[in-house]
Structure formats: C-alpha cells, structure tokens
Write a protein that binds this ligand. Structure first.
Ligand SMILES: CC(C)(COP(=O)(O)OP(=O)(O)OC[C@H]1O[C@@H](n2cnc3c(N)ncnc32)[C@H](O)[C@@H]1OP(=O)(O)O)[C@@H](O)C(=O)NCCC(=O)NCCS
Length: 332
C-alpha cells in the first residue's frame, strides 16, 4: 500500500548523536608522533577528538545516537520500516551494522542495510531515505552515520592519525508535503580518484595475511593535498546543484553544515558561497574528522545549543573517499 499523494516529501523529525568518552588531544599526539599542537590547529582546526573504547563497535555508537534521535522524534523503534547506516567501519562485513543495530533497537518491522560512501555516507543515506519515502515505499526511516576510524588508522602516520575521530549521528525521517522537509538532494562519485583515500587490505582484492599486515595494509592511506583540492570544488558543485534545483540562492539558507574534514576546506566553501561565519556550523575543533558521522553530529549539537531551530533552511554538504560527494537542502 502506498501513502496518500499529498505526502510526497520527507522531513527530519528527530536528530541525535553520540561521542565516545575517551578524548585524545593534540598534546597527546605530540607524545605519539612528530607533530605539534600548533601545526594541527593551524593546518586542520582540530584540537581534540573522541576515540571509541576497545569494547565499542560501530553499532554500539549508532545505538546511542539512534536512541537520542528516536526520542527527539517521539518515534518507537517498532515504527521504523527502514534503517540505513552509512559506515566504512561496520562491526564486521556480515551482517551489516544496520542489521545489528536493528536487532539492538528492537526495530522488528524494519529493513536494514549499510551504505559505504565514506564521509558522504550520511548525505547518501538521506537521499535514499527521501526517495523511498517520497515514492511511498517507507514511512519511518532511520538514517545513521557512524564511524570508528580509529580502528583503521595508523597511529604511526602523522599525516592521517591526527585527523580522525570516532562518533555517530542519526536522523529519523517521516513523510510530509512535497514543499517541506527535504527540498533537493544530489549525489555524485568519481572512482578514478580512488587512490586519494583507500584501505588496500582486508577486502576480496587483498585479503589480510601476515605480510600485508606487516605492511600496514589494514590502515587508511591518504593523499591529503589531492583530497583538499577536490573537496572544495566538489562541495561547491553539490551545494550549487541543490540550491538551483530548489530555486534558491546561498543567501536564502540559514545554516550550512559542511562535512568537517579540515577548517580550511570549510572556510574555502564558506567564502565561495558568500556566507557569513555565523551561518556555518563548525565542530571540527572538538571532534576532528568523524567521516560520515560529522554532519549529523554537527547538526544535533547545533540544535542542542539552540542555534538551529524548526523552520530553518539548512544546506548539508559532504565529501569523501571514493571519491564521493553530495548535498541535501532542507527546510527543518
Ligand atoms: C592532511 C592535511 C591537513 C595536510 O595539510 P597540507 O597543508 O595539505 O600539508 P601537506 O600534506 O602538504 O604536508 C605539508 C608538510 O606537513 C607535514 N605533516 C603532515 N602531517 C603532519 C603533522 N601531523 N604534523 C606535522 N607535520 C605534518 C608533511 O609531512 C609535509 O612535510 P614536508 O613538506 O616536509 O613533506 C590536508 O591536506 C587535508 O586536510 N586534506 C584533506 C584530508 C581529508 O579531507 N581527508 C578525509 C577525506 S574526507
């Protein structure tokens, strides 16, 4: 059975986040690798990041963020009919983190699957949820972005280890009239840039063995500079696409929530969109780059502070390994 035709849109009705307790500061990194607090702050904007406990897996972080989002939405887990989890660090390859989360939540009537779109996972998840709801296939969808990048980070590689943090963010979506909620979405990928951010070992191409483990193939490899150049270009393309599709200009948005990869990337996007600083949600200083979790965590924190309010027009824009990028424009 499909939904009534006046409900051909989808809106976020609840948002939540979770940050693990343990914090690693820049001063901690000064003791681990050849770096300084000053270098990290000026080159990235990061001061500290949260790191998951040894016994925490992605679904554990996702569970906490989801509970907060469900409570915010006043939705019971049994009402969910779809769970989408964006992650590149699921508890294990099979089953998906989404299935593990579904069981943990008791979302007994829900389908569940993971999306691997690196840092764009939450944007991709929102886009898929929007399509499923607006086509009348689903009524109550949970979208989660969760990452425990500390598990695939080489803590001897100063160029990557200072960047990443662990976190989860979640949103609950429901149907609404087409001119409310999500106004437009955009997703794009370019696999020819795969070598800018990848993890060589552990998949079907290069299963881990003793030699590959010794070579560190279980860790992320990154070309920071190449990513940096593409990030600003891609985030602008995605932002402009959703704005044009919705018949809006950047001056019409109340908040920009960009993926938090580097304060200089965020600043580059902000300036090119001609936005004042107060319209850009930034939390990279205390969470680092949490990949797919970064946008929902920044959103939920800004809502908690009382900055973001119902009715605000919000542009979320992501970028990540793959390459992947995309944006979602909403009236919250
Ligand atoms: C990683 C990043 C912060 C590096 O900043 P950068 O200005 O591009 O710096 P470079 O990579 O050119 O490196 C400059 C120097 O700093 C050094 N450096 C790298 N990490 C360092 C650290 N933690 N502390 C001190 N020096 C460091 C490099 O070794 C290099 O030294 P060299 O010139 O002697 O070779 C930046 O490129 C970035 O944020 N890129 C995007 C990353 C990203 O978004 N990743 C995830 C995808 S969402």
């Amino acid at each position: 059975m499909t939904l009534k035709s006046e409900y051909t849109g989808a809106k976020i009705v609840g948002i939540g986040y979770y940050l693990p307790e343990r914090v690693l500061t820049n001063l901690d990194f000064e003791k681990m690798v050849d770096t300084t607090d000053e270098w990290i702050i000026t080159r990235t904007g990061i001061r500290e990041r949260h790191i998951a406990a040894e016994d925490q897996a992605a679904s554990d972080l996702a569970f906490e963020a989801s509970r907060m989002a469900l409570e915010d939405a006043n939705v019971e887990p049994e009402e969910l009919d779809l769970i989408i989890v964006g992650t590149v660090t699921p508890d294990m390859f099979v089953p998906s983190a989404a299935c593990t989360l579904q069981d943990r939540l008791g979302a007994v009537k829900s389908a569940a699957f993971d999306i691997n779109a690196a840092c764009s996972g939450f944007i991709y998840g929102l886009s898929v949820a929007h399509s499923m709801i607006s086509h009348g296939k689903n009524k109550t969808v949970l979208v989660v972005g969760v990452e425990i990048l500390s598990r695939i980070t080489d803590y001897e590689d100063r160029a990557t280890c200072v960047l990443f943090g662990d976190a989860a963010g979640a949103a609950v979506l429901k149907p609404c009239p087409a001119d409310e909620g999500i106004l437009s979405t955009f997703m794009r990928s370019d696999g020819s840039y795969a070598d800018l951010l990848y993890m060589p070992g552990g998949g079907s191409r290069r299963p881990l063995n003793e030699e590959r483990l010794k070579n560190g193939e279980q860790f992320l490899k990154m070309q920071g500079n190449g990513l940096f150049k593409n990030a600003v270009r891609a985030m602008l393309e995605a932002s402009n696409h959703v704005l044009i599709e919705a018949g809006m200009e950047s001056k019409d948005i109340d908040f920009l929530i960009p993926h938090q990869a580097n304060i200089r990337i965020i600043e580059g996007v902000r300036q090119r969109l001609h936005l004042p600083e107060e319209k850009v949600v930034v939390n990279i200083d205390h969470v680092g780059n949490t990949s797919t979790a970064s946008i929902p965590v920044a959103f939920a924190e800004a809502k908690e502070r009382g900055d973001i309010k119902k009715g605000d027009t919000i542009l979320m824009v992501g970028f990540g390994g793959g390459l992947t990028w995309g944006a979602v424009l909403i009236k919250y």
